[in-house]
Each structure stands twice: as structure tokens, then as C-alpha cells.
Design a protein around this ligand. Structure first.
Ligand SMILES: [Zn+2]
Length: 281
């Protein structure tokens, strides 16, 4: 499995990645990442740092690398992570705006469409009134900075300043005075970036079985951040109660092994009949 875009690092585009096995610790990080992160992009960075075992090459996964990934690659990784944790089929539901009937769409995270990066990714040259400029696709680092800017116009300006550069023969690359760009030029920068950037589907086209209308049903790219962790705590509690293992030891178990022990506990409790939980054993 490879990134649809790739991580530009050390002059090379790296596309390999691998996730760690699913343990309670990883599930807990997913659930609790929202408590400490200041913004959504920071949360995604923290989760990917915790979940990835390899990004690019064997030199490890660093926060810098995860931040340097393009937005589309980060969304792709979050969707792959959702599939890595649980790739069972689930139902997307929506209401048809035409006939008001309920639409149920069976979905699997791993089967959702992905648009690969376009030609030239992650950077392109564009002729403007300010001369030839280079423009690159936005990254996680850009998103983290933009998350702190509330005003939309200021955010767009900050983004344009970050993703553009001018080739200057004497000084290497220099910044671009983005306030001097015309509206049309800004539109062509956006179009160029969109053509280059990889993308994961944010909606599915579904034909209503009742009125045949084509509907766009939205699907969140960061669904795995919404997984509840309550069940994990109850599983930790059961294992600690029966085996007297520490919380840390239980969190380190691969999920498959944790489930296996929980099944054994259920079977043992079954053999003791339907006595109240606290009397068993
Ligand atoms: Zn309908």
C-alpha cells in the first residue's frame, strides 16, 4: 500500500507507510487525542505519529514528517487507519431531499475512492504578473498554522504566502507578495493546486431507489477520530479484575489477544452459570 501523493523528504518522494499493530494503547491515543491537541490538524498529527510504524523510509516516523505530508495524504492515512482498526462493513444513512425516503449505503473504509496526485506533485511553476512563481500543495504544517487564524481572508492570504515562492537567481527562493496577485491569478493557483493534490472521497454518489434522484452522501475523512473509547475502558476493567494485570500491560496487548482473553472470561463465567458477576470465582 502506498500514499496517493507522497512525502517529499531529502529531495525524494517517499510513498511507503506501515501502521503499528492495533493495541489498546493505539485505540486509547485515538480516543484521547482530542483532549490535548489545540486544533483538529494537531490532533491528526498526534494520531498519525502514534499509529505509524514507517513513513517514507526506515528512519522512523517524526512529527516533522507527519506535518510535511500533504493534506490529501493525511486524509488518506486517517481513512486507512480506520480500515486498519476495523474494516467491517457499516451503513451510511441519509435522507433523499427529493422524496424524503431514507437512504442506506453499505460502505467499507478500505473501498472508498481515492484520487491519486496529479502531474508535477507536489510543486508546479506558474506564470503570473509577478513573474514565474512556484506553488506547492498544502501540508499538515500549513493546516496547523491556519487553524489559529479565524478570519477567512487572512487565512487564505497566509496560506498563499506559505505555498508560493519566487525563483530569485541571486538569493535562491524568496517570498511572493501575494497581495499583488489578481483574483484570477489566485483562482489559477487554487486550480493548479487542486489538480495536483491527492484526494479521498468526501461524499458518495448514491441513486435513490425510490425516486432515482442522484444524491451526494457525505462521508467524514476523519471517521476514526469519532470512535468511542468507553468500551475499551470496560475491557481493561474486566481483564484487570480477572487476571490482576496492570493497565499498561493490558493496553500493550494486540487487540486480537485482548478479545481472546475476554472470550475466555465469558466462557468461564458461563460455566459458572448465571450467577451475579461479583459472586463468580
Ligand atoms: Zn428519493
Amino acid at each position: 500500500m502506498e500514499l496517493p501523493g507522497g512525502l517529499p523528504w531529502g529531495g525524494v518522494l517517499h510513498r511507503s507507510f506501515r501502521f503499528k499493530p492495533v493495541t489498546g494503547r493505539l485505540e486509547l491515543t485515538l480516543g484521547e487525542s482530542g483532549w490535548s491537541a489545540r486544533s483538529h490538524p494537531e490532533r491528526v498529527t498526534a494520531v498519525l505519529c502514534a499509529a505509524l510504524d514507517l513513513l517514507g523510509d526506515e528512519n522512523g516516523v517524526s512529527m516533522d514528517r507527519v506535518r510535511s505530508l500533504s493534506v490529501g495524504d493525511r486524509q488518506f492515512l486517517m481513512r486507512r487507519l480506520a480500515a486498519h482498526i476495523d474494516d467491517r462493513m457499516f451503513w451510511l444513512t441519509a435522507e433523499c431531499p427529493e422524496c424524503r425516503e431514507k437512504l442506506d449505503v453499505p460502505v467499507r473504509h478500505s473501498e472508498l475512492p481515492v484520487k491519486p496526485a496529479g502531474e508535477g506533485y507536489p510543486e508546479a511553476a506558474l506564470e503570473t504578473s509577478l513573474g514565474l512563481i512556484r506553488v506547492r500543495v498544502p501540508t499538515g504544517a500549513d493546516q496547523e498554522i491556519l487553524a489559529g487564524i479565524e478570519d477567512d481572508d487572512l487565512a487564505l492570504r497566509a496560506l498563499l504566502e506559505r505555498i508560493t515562492s519566487a525563483a530569485d537567481a541571486e538569493n535562491g527562493t524568496t517570498g511572493v507578495d501575494v497581495s499583488a496577485l489578481s483574483e484570477n491569478e489566485v483562482t489559477s493557483i487554487e486550480a493548479r493546486v487542486e489538480a495536483m493534490a491527492p484526494e479521498v472521497a468526501s461524499s458518495l454518489l448514491v441513486t435513490c431507489p425510490h425516486c432515482q434522484r442522484e444524491n451526494k452522501v457525505p462521508i467524514a475523512p476523519y471517521a476514526c477520530l469519532e470512535r468511542p473509547v468507553g468500551e475499551l475502558f470496560s475491557e481493561i476493567h474486566q481483564l484487570a479484575f480477572w487476571y490482576h494485570w496492570s493497565e499498561g500491560d493490558i493496553l500493550d496487548l494486540p487487540r486480537s489477544r485482548r478479545r481472546l482473553y475476554l472470550n475466555l472470561i465469558d466462557r468461564t463465567r458461563g460455566m459458572h452459570g448465571a450467577r451475579p458477576f461479583l459472586e463468580v470465582g
